[in-house]
Design a protein around this ligand. Structure first.
Ligand code: DLL
Length: 431
């Protein structure tokens, strides 16, 4: 089943022509804003240098730090009056990464690719889609929402959490499709088992899981324990949100909607473009977005790229399931967390030492985040003020990370010291 058969099955050559036309237009638009003007100048690149699609590699990369430096709207290529929606995700320091959409970006790009992704997995207007991704500044909730509405499915915008309520509505509304993080799906079904809910009362047959790394083993586990077919969905706020790439029923890689986003795989160290099937960092160039186009955006996500036509009939290239990150970003309950953010919060409080440990674990299929920090000896002596100090750290962490961490103040000198690089993160999750 196709949503947009002409585009999804377009011969590669024809698609390349389309991509080049769109790329040129995007680059010309970007060249008008100060950020890209400066970037192009530094790299000695001119829009006229783009003579064919092969010249894509002449365009300089864009990185997360660029988004931070231009916070909040410095990378938008339209006036704010044309932007109808903003989203934000964690940056490496206190300030978030902000992205903006025009109405056309939402209608013709985001909703379109999400509609294709749903249709690819057999979802239709007959389905009831329970969307347990977070609504708000996080891109997951609204991204799935727009796609489900576009195909005419019945959307249940329940957002995250409230597990018992999720289970109640699932039964009462006859939910057939579930959208949430892979770890939450296991938690949800685990809770259902504990509540001794008869599986026959739950009609869910399809799940769209993403926003955090998961493995093929985890997929088998989910499918075995829940009896639903689990599809991988990939995306990132900077490119569009969910819907950059998604699995078809073959479940042999994720199709990249490359009439909107051109994928490349590069060597993370040298920046060199790698060939088909080679492992490296994913890079995307958006070629249809109006509000916030990105040129050669380095995702830090590790994958491989394949151009061979899929047995489903689609000619969209495929990326392999994301196997890791080229930086230290952690994803905890679907939220991006950088150890550097945690460090900044700690160092902002004068009573604390720069000795800390971040412990991530998965208990009952839910991620936990614990932060242990040493207190300065003078402050440690004043036991009465420790509770206040812990409360302050807790509140500051929540404000920056947007998720609750368990913070614990510990005695000076009690955390392990290393001679070489400090090992701040202990990730006990086995993905
Ligand atoms: O998490 C977009 C999304 C929402 C995708 C819902 C799928 C479902 P960000 O918050 O900007 O956007 O985080 C993007 O999450 O660079 C990856 O490291 C990671 N990620 C997203 N999907 C997957 C996936 C959303 N399927 C970052 N597998 C990305 C592995 C994923 N990692």
């Amino acid at each position: 089943m196709y949503w947009n058969e002409r585009i999804e099955t377009m011969p590669l050559k024809e698609r390349k022509t389309l991509q080049f036309k769109r790329l040129k237009a995007t680059v010309q638009r970007c060249a008008k804003i100060p950020f890209y003007k400066e970037k192009f100048k530094q790299a000695g690149f001119k829009p006229e240098d783009l003579k064919s699609l092969n010249d894509l590699s002449k365009i300089p990369f864009t990185v997360k730090d660029d988004l931070r430096a231009t916070y909040p709207f410095g990378m938008f290529t339209v006036p704010l009056s044309k932007i109808v929606e903003l989203h934000a995700s964690s940056g490496t320091t206190g300030k978030p990464i902000v992205v903006g959409y025009t109405q056309r970006d939402i209608d013709e790009v985001w909703s379109e690719v999400m509609a294709r992704a749903f249709t690819m997995a057999g979802v239709t207007s007959e389905d009831v889609v329970q969307n347990a991704y977070g609504y708000g500044l996080f891109t997951g909730g609204l991204g799935f929402h727009y796609g489900a509405q576009k195909i005419g499915a019945t959307i249940v915008p329940i957002s995250t959490g409230n597990t018992k309520r999720q289970i109640m509505l699932m039964q009462d509304f006859g939910t057939t499709v579930l959208c949430c993080t892979p770890s939450y799906s296991l938690y949800l079904f685990g809770t259902m088992e504990q509540m001794q809910i008869d599986r026959k009362k739950i009609k869910i047959k399809t799940g769209f899981f993403g926003a955090e790394p998961w493995s093929n083993n985890m997929r088998s586990e989910i499918e075995k324990r829940t009896g639903i077919k689990a599809y991988d969905m990939y995306g990132l706020s900077e490119v569009i949100g969910p819907g950059v790439a998604a699995e078809c029923s073959e479940q042999n890689g994720l199709h990249v909607f490359d009439d909107h986003f051109i994928p490349e795989i590069i060597d993370s160290k040298t920046g060199e473009v790698l060939g088909e099937g080679e492992e490296g960092e994913l890079v995307f160039t958006t070629i249809t977005k109006e509000g916030f186009p990105v040129l050669r955006y380095r995702t830090k996500d590790i994958s491989k790229l394949y151009f061979e036509k899929c047995s489903c009939g689609r000619t969209h290239p495929r990326i392999e399931r994301i196997s890791g990150r080229a930086d230290d970003m952690l994803i905890v309950r679907g939220i991006n967390v950088f150890p550097s953010q945690i460090e900044t919060v700690i160092l902002d409080i004068p009573e604390l030492e720069p000795f800390y440990q971040i412990i991530v674990d998965r208990v009952n299929n839910l991620d936990t985040l614990e932060i242990q920090v040493e207190v300065k000896p003078e402050a440690w002596k004043n036991k009465n003020s420790l509770l206040e100090l812990e409360k302050k750290l807790d509140a500051n962490m929540l404000a920056v990370l947007q998720i609750k961490a368990k913070v614990q103040l510990v005695e000076p000198g009690s955390l392990p010291r290393t001679e070489g690089k400090a090992k701040h993160v202990i990730d006990k999750r086995k993905l």
